[in-house]
Ligand binder design. Structure first.
Ligand code: IPD
Length: 300
């Protein structure tokens, strides 16, 4: 049967707003005990409640489509080529818990393992990023207040490639994240990437303008899509961290590079993602330069 991406996009936006209200009214201190990797790998009762809401809405609207969500994922689950909702109920849980206002609902839809629709909503800033494959990416501010408060502040802007060429890593603002994996190979790779990106050229580094770690993979991808960041690298992302943001990035002219991004098979997926913003020139060169600087660390 035909897949109606526009209708899926509209459904995801309304689910995102509903989930956003739930997040804003939740108690961020309800950390669940003992379910994850370590004490930095946080999940709250709100993450679980939001995922339950999202999956019940989506399975009612689209009973035949698959669903993968961060909180109900079990080892062995795969993203197949079937139409699949790929959902992170709260991306930026650590920010949510600390009241740092950069957390979002990340709702992706993939067909043939490729992101086709992305909806990322930050309820704290009432900021919505959306994209449908082939139809462009948009940023909408004030959607909820505009509708419910009658403030008339709603604005919807297309996201498109920056008119500024990329001039290399030494002119770049780059996001990276620590994630929650804090030992072994993964921790070493991350630490080395951060060091190499920042170090002076004389000592073999890239001397980037600076690094940012805002704490949400999806919002990082949206910031690259919006041209606010030149690049974002993270080792250790899962499909739900990147699917929605990737759809938005790609429609804004950005690219995703790295170790098998989108293969989403834990056996072969290196889970390294490098997003580079859209630009009239320098995109490919920046990707090459990045790999040259960081080498080919593989995540476990
Ligand atoms: C995490 C955030 C964080 C990133 C991690 C993600 P969560 O998602 O996006 O910035 O470093 O890799 O897992 O756990 O808050 O949904």
């Amino acid at each position: 049967a035909d897949i109606n991406l526009q209708e899926i996009h509209d459904t995801l936006i309304s689910v995102a707003h509903e989930a956003g209200r739930m997040i804003l009214s939740a108690n961020p201190t309800d950390i669940s005990q003992g379910t994850k990797l370590n004490s930095a790998d946080i999940v709250t009762e709100t993450d679980k409640a939001v995922e339950a809401l999202v999956s019940s809405r989506l399975s009612k609207a689209y009973p035949s489509y698959a669903f993968i969500g961060e909180e109900t994922y079990k080892p062995g689950m795969r993203v197949t080529s079937a139409p699949t909702f790929i959902v992170d109920p709260i991306d930026g849980t650590t920010n949510f818990v600390h009241g740092f206002p950069d957390a979002c609902i990340s709702l992706g839809f993939a067909v043939d393992r490729a992101p086709a629709v992305g909806v990322v909503y930050n309820p704290y800033r009432d900021l919505l990023f959306t994209a449908i494959r082939g139809k462009g990416a948009y940023q909408t501010q004030g959607a909820v207040w505009g509708l419910e408060g009658g403030q008339g502040r709603k604005s919807k802007l297309p996201l498109s490639s920056s008119p500024q060429p990329l001039r290399g890593l030494d002119s770049a603002l780059v996001a990276t994240e620590w994630g929650s994996s804090r030992d072994g190979v993964n921790y070493e790779v991350k630490t080395q990437v951060f060091q190499k990106l920042c170090a002076s050229k004389e000592s073999g580094g890239a001397m980037v303008h600076s690094l940012r770690s805002m704490g949400s993979a999806a919002l990082n991808l949206c910031a690259v899509a919006a041209g606010q960041l030149d690049a974002y690298w993270e080792g250790g992302c899962w499909a739900w961290d990147v699917c929605a943001g990737w759809a938005i990035l790609a429609e804004a002219g950005g690219v995703m590079a790295g170790g098998n991004p989108g293969v989403w098979d834990p056996q072969i997926d290196e889970r390294k993602y490098l997003a580079v913003r859209g630009a009239p020139a320098g995109q490919k060169e920046l990707v090459e330069e990045f790999w040259g600087v960081i080498g080919d660390g593989r995540m476990e």
